[in-house]
Design a protein around this ligand. Structure first.
Ligand code: PEP
Length: 254
């Protein structure tokens, strides 16, 4: 089965409205439709405008970096999944390690956020991954297994089929230190085996599993050539149009 190939750019808390618009236009003007889906995930203030810019462009979609788990109410400063959907987004990053670390997001909360995203007809890009000390203790598989089981395995098959998983070893995010292609493949195959046991072949074979962590134009091809790596969640390199496009062009040609 041929899986979707996805390259998502996590802009994090970067770029003014004008800078974001210029970056998106550069990406639009210099990328051409192919089988790779490019997802731009800017800060909230960009979402509405960028959704309009990519409207009708088949290889580009817009995603948010987070959402609140409730639909509305007295939660000053928060943005709901329904609001994100209403400006034309189709993806939301959930459980990024920076949100787990700096905003104390735990599995229980992430479960609710996943439900909110799916309930509004969008696809979660669910992030999982271990810290350095966990890898050094060789406990990375147990940790990732618990992150996935706790936040996703309450879903039925229909709902799970909308999930995109991003494996992001925390020690590789923004550090310039990337997982080796073998380390990425090993964890991606492990994640796929968990999905297989729970949901069966069809869903396991079709769930996109992205790699994230210092992915750049010069290492993307090697990582994307691994059989269970279906693309990337890109931080720093997604802020430069040429780098982001080069990464999206790094899939093996068949
Ligand atoms: C990320 O934040 O999801 C990420 C992968 O960042 P970077 O590419 O900068 O390591």
């Amino acid at each position: 089965m041929k899986r979707a190939q996805i390259v998502a750019g996590n802009w994090k808390m970067n770029l003014s409205f004008q800078e974001g618009r210029d970056l998106a236009k550069e990406i639009i003007n210099n990328s051409s439709p192919n089988e790779v889906l490019m997802v731009l995930c800017p800060p909230f203030v960009h979402l509405n405008h960028l959704s309009t810019l990519v409207n009708g462009i088949s290889h580009l979609e817009i995603g948010a970096q987070n959402c609140h788990h409730l639909s509305n109410g007295a939660y000053t400063g928060e943005v709901s999944a329904g609001m994100i959907k209403s400006v034309g987004c189709s993806f939301v990053i959930i459980g990024h390690s920076e949100r787990r670390e700096y905003f104390a997001e735990n599995d229980e909360l992430l479960t609710k956020k996943v439900d909110a995203v799916l309930g509004n007809g969008m696809r979660p890009i669910f992030c999982c991954g271990e810290k350095l000390e966990t890898r050094e203790a060789d406990n990375q598989e147990a940790l990732v297994q618990s992150q996935i089981e706790n936040a996703l395995f309450h879903l039925d098959s229909e709902a799970f089929s909308k999930i995109v998983i991003a494996y992001e070893p925390v020690w590789a995010i923004g550090t310039g230190r990337t997982a080796s292609p073998e380390q990425a493949q090993e964890m991606h195959a492990f994640i796929r085996s968990l999905i297989l046991k729970k949901y069966g072949h069809e869903i396991a074979d079709s769930t996109p599993i992205l790699y994230g962590g210092s992915c750049k134009p010069d290492n993307a091809a090697e990582i994307f050539s691994q059989p269970d790596v279906d693309g990337g969640l890109i931080g720093g390199a997604s802020l430069k149009a040429n780098d982001f496009i080069a990464i999206a062009s790094s899939f093996p040609q068949h």
